[in-house]
Design a binder for this molecule. Sequence first.
Ligand code: DQA
Length: 147
Amino acid sequence: AKILLLNGPNLNLLGNRNQDVYGSNTLADIERSVSDLLQRHQIQTEAYQSNHEGQLIDRLHKANQKCSGVILNPGAFTHTSVALRDAVEAIDIPVIEVHLSNIHNREPFRHQSYIAPVAAGQIIGLGPTSYLAAAYSLIQIIQKRGE
Ligand code: DQA
């Protein structure tokens, strides 16, 4: 089985960007810790980051053919993108929405997620551990299905 780890805009800057909000881990650190965890359960990781809405949508469409689930941090598109939401809704595999920060204790414009109503679940506010919790959940889904 394979899982898509998909990160949206500005997450390539992790490690430098707003360290007080997002911590000092780089995206490469997070991708490594997720793929190490999945590897221990014989699951492959495909990691991809883009600053472009359409490329994120294309990746979700492709994942529908070849992956068993998606860990998605949509970045600011969380709060703006009906198109990304429609892509999540259109595919058959479970998508877990993650955020490093607790979007509910930040600016009001971050409180709404267009993705949450169509995601399998949402994990927020735990820093890089948000991604690991999502990975654990997908491991369980995959094992239950016997993939
Ligand atoms: C984020 C939260 C978003 O509001 C913000 O635009 C990001 C990062 C998070 O992981 O905490 O880019 O998705």
